[in-house]
Design a protein around this ligand. Structure first.
Ligand code: IMP
Length: 429
């Protein structure tokens, strides 16, 4: 049975929520495998709007939803998101929801450090979501993280706390902060532990079991390939690997399980936070894209930076992540533009380039080379077949897939589940 891995192929906010929700309604299990509650997925089902940042999107449809070991988990945020969804009538219990017991925890000290570092960085700040994601991943790799399974052993935590505090107290002193209050931290953890532990288990076992039973598994990526800690616009990236391969390591299933890799691609480009953005438009056109696309962050409410579609970056993301097919989203935002532009190459100090360089100074210096196309006057919003699209919009889609060297599998034409043109069913492969 085919599985599907969904990843963002730009800087996040490509409209993954709707696509994942649509696929989740046909999956037997949905797995988050990286990131944390820095993600923001908005699902619109009928009259109801659900805003998720940590829970897998399958939770809304009652599909088995799993938080894999590759995620960093804020237990207090978990509780508030679960309670909010339950308030909207969503059923969440240990039958339909599980958390990897080897997931590292995001602690209050991580959130504080995220904020202190950003404030001290001045112009060099990353523009993080301020949720402690980076510091929590650092502690995981530094082998001093507290993990979900530790919540069941809070009375014998001295060695772990010694390691954690030795590191953080020195850092905190540098920022003029008092040492960690170990007793207060333990008390907070004791209070939240039962809530988290009711869902905790070695999820690799459950996943392998459902896989053997022929389940269709949907891996739900967060952020986008250009924010990947290795392949993205370093250092202006998130702290996890956002590429498709992480679906295997971040869940406990081998690489052969990842299946069809569906890259979500917005018909133009946006970015939140700092960092290079070759096709950014700081003019009326950029403003128009932002207004028409409602480009405000789901998590932080920050205004997103907007620009033309960058085929060079997207081609690179698709190659790096082994994208099988793309879902093109938010095409309707381009409705009514007299001309639309696509970036097809860069000029770097007089030299033409067909890929995005690795060095930060080069990434900031490249100038986009554009191809201009006629826009379309009719609307693409709500289209459910090619016949519903203006001819010029079809030309735009065809040009996009040609330039990124990856076929279109789906076109999403509104936030509604049903407003989708299906070219190739990812689950059928
Ligand atoms: P962090 O993940 O909070 O450390 O933030 C690092 C960078 O990733 C910042 O530029 C954030 O704006 C960006 N980022 C993190 N999560 C998302 C997301 O879900 N969508 C878009 N950008 C994100």
């Amino acid at each position: 049975m085919a599985n599907v891995t969904v990843i963002g192929a730009q800087w996040g906010d490509e409209g993954k929520g709707k696509i994942v929700d649509w696929l989740a309604s046909r999956a037997d299990a949905v797995v988050r495998f990286q990131g944390g509650h820095n993600a923001g997925h908005t699902l619109v089902v009928g009259e109801q709007v659900y805003k998720l940042s940590l829970l897998p999107s399958g939770i809304v449809t009652g599909t088995l939803s799993i938080i894999g070991n590759g995620v960093v988990l804020d237990p207090w945020h978990l509780k508030s998101e679960v309670e909010k969804l339950r308030g909207q009538g969503v059923e969440i219990n240990s039958d339909n929801f599980a958390i990897a017991d080897n997931c590292p925890l995001i602690l209050p000290v991580h959130r504080e450090l995220d904020g202190l570092r950003e404030a001290a960085a001045g112009a060099g700040k990353i523009g993080t979501t301020g949720r402690g994601i980076g510091p929590a991943y650092e502690d995981k790799v530094g082998r001093r993280a507290l993990r979900v399974c530790d919540l069941a052993h809070l009375d014998s935590m001295e060695p772990q706390l010694d390691r954690l505090c030795a590191h953080h107290d020195a850092l905190r002193a540098g920022f003029g902060q008092p040492p960690i209050d170990r007793e207060a931290l333990l008390n907070e953890l004791r209070e939240i532990a039962p809530f988290v532990l009711q869902f905790a288990e070695p999820v690799w076992r459950r996943l392998n079991k459902v896989k053997k039973a022929g389940a269709r598994i949907l891996f739900e990526g967060a952020q986008g390939v250009l924010l990947d800690v290795d392949h993205g616009t370093y250092p202006f990236v998130t702290s996890s690997n956002t590429v498709s391969g992480t679906a295997a390591s971040g869940s406990g299933l081998g690489p052969s399980a990842t299946g069809f890799v569906l890259g979500i691609v917005k018909a133009y480009t946006t970015r939140v936070g700092s960092g290079p953005f070759p096709t950014e438009l700081e003019d009326e056109t950029g403003q128009r894209l932002g207004e028409r696309g409602h480009e405000f962050g789901t998590v932080t409410g920050r205004k997103r930076r907007c620009g033309w579609f960058d085929a060079v970056l997207t081609r690179q993301s698709c190659a790096i992540s082994g994208v099988t097919g793309i879902a093109l989203t938010k095409l309707d935002v381009l409705d009514g533009f007299e001309k639309v532009k696509i970036c097809t190459g860069y000029r770097l100090r007089g030299k033409v380039m067909d890929y995005y360089p690795s060095h930060a100074a080069d990434q900031a210096a490249v100038e986009p080379i554009y191809e201009e196309m006629d826009g379309w006057q009719g609307t693409t919003a709500g289209a459910r077949s090619w016949a519903d699209l203006p001819a010029q919009a079809i030309k735009y889609i065809q040009r996009v897939q040609e330039l990124i060297e990856t076929p279109v599998a789906l076109v999403s034409t509104s936030p509604e589940r049903e407003d989708t043109i299906l070219v190739r069913d990812p689950f059928a492969d």
